[in-house]
Design a protein around this ligand. Structure first.
Ligand code: AMP
Length: 290
């Protein structure tokens, strides 16, 4: 399997694959790959003959006080994992290659990016959309697979693809979890044993709110408080615990959630490590890897 660093060479590789009549699928990642990423690659293989995986820790999506320098990097192991998952090539560019010295262009985001992580991490989704758009331009994929663990990210990219008329089918894959419910994340490997235990508060909070929702509770603030109580008990520091409209991501009107479904989205710190998780209340819980 090829590991390509140069954008020009990568573009050439993708172009040749398309000319050979292959359907190109794409999975963007920041590396430190786990079974969640591999599930995305496998999913892409169901839709494409040739799956490309990018591994790039994108600096423009990190804020100044965030964990860019701490973010785990393990390219050699990642390449092996991509190979066993059946990827055709890995694209692992340098930052200098992705952001030209004279660069000045960004993809700007709109309302969807003003809520949840967008509110807590100003500029984050601009960085995400910019780099994903660069990757889309270099790859020219028929389809691209993203995880629902980053629900807001998926919604924003879906919007970008529609707004910019990008000819790419987007596929959202369910969150892959550890047996105890913790969503797989590259950041989990930064957790101490105690922080790992505390992190279980996130899936527990989702489960508790889901039970309450299924028993008929429709007040966003009651559901948020249930989730927040779980998080506090487990010892993580809450960044947000919000019940929002699953399509617009705007806060639900009180006292009652309008429709039959709503997104419960969580972000919390275990020590210095920020974790996110979510579930769509009112939809069957997706069990993946549990
Ligand atoms: P990242 O490397 O964290 O930027 O993630 C790359 C892609 O993998 C994104 O589309 C994520 O949503 C997805 N992803 C990360 N963790 C999981 C997970 N536990 N289950 C499914 N997809 C995931």
């Amino acid at each position: 399997m090829r590991v390509i660093e140069s954008p020009a060479e990568y573009r050439q590789f993708c172009e040749s694959s398309r000319l050979a009549g292959r359907r190109v699928g794409f999975v963007p990642t920041m590396g430190a790959l786990h079974a969640g990423h591999l599930a995305l690659i496998q999913r892409a293989r169901e839709h494409a003959d040739c799956v490309l995986v990018s591994i790039f820790v994108n600096p423009t999506q990190f804020g100044q006080n965030e964990d860019l320098s701490r973010y785990p990097r393990e390219l050699a192991a990642d390449v092996q994992k991509c190979e066993s998952a059946g990827a055709a090539a890995v694209f692992a560019p340098t930052t200098a290659a992705m952001y030209l010295p004279e660069e000045q262009t960004r993809v700007s985001t709109g309302r969807l990016a003003t809520h949840l992580c967008g509110a807590k991490r100003p500029g984050h989704f601009t960085g995400v959309c910019t780099v994903v758009n660069k990757f889309f331009c270099l790859t020219g994929p028929c389809c691209a697979v993203f995880g629902k663990k980053d629900y807001q990210q998926f919604k924003i990219i879906e919007r970008m693809v529609a707004d910019l008329f990008l000819p790419i089918e987007l596929i959202a894959h369910p969150t892959v979890r550890e047996v105890d419910g913790l969503a797989l994340s590259s950041r989990n490997r930064l957790l101490s044993a105690e922080q790992r235990r505390a992190a279980l508060g996130l899936p527990q909070a989702l489960d508790a709110a889901r039970v309450q929702f299924n028993s008929g509770v429709r007040s966003a603030s009651v559901l948020e408080e249930t989730a927040a109580t779980c998080l506090r008990k487990s010892g993580v520091r809450i960044d947000y615990a919000c019940v929002v409209d699953a399509d617009t991501l705007a806060p639900c009107s009180e006292p009652v959630i309008g429709g039959d479904r709503a997104l419960l989205a969580l972000a919390a710190f275990a020590g210095e490590t920020r974790l996110i998780d979510n579930t769509v209340l009112g939809e069957a819980a997706e069990i993946s890897g549990r």
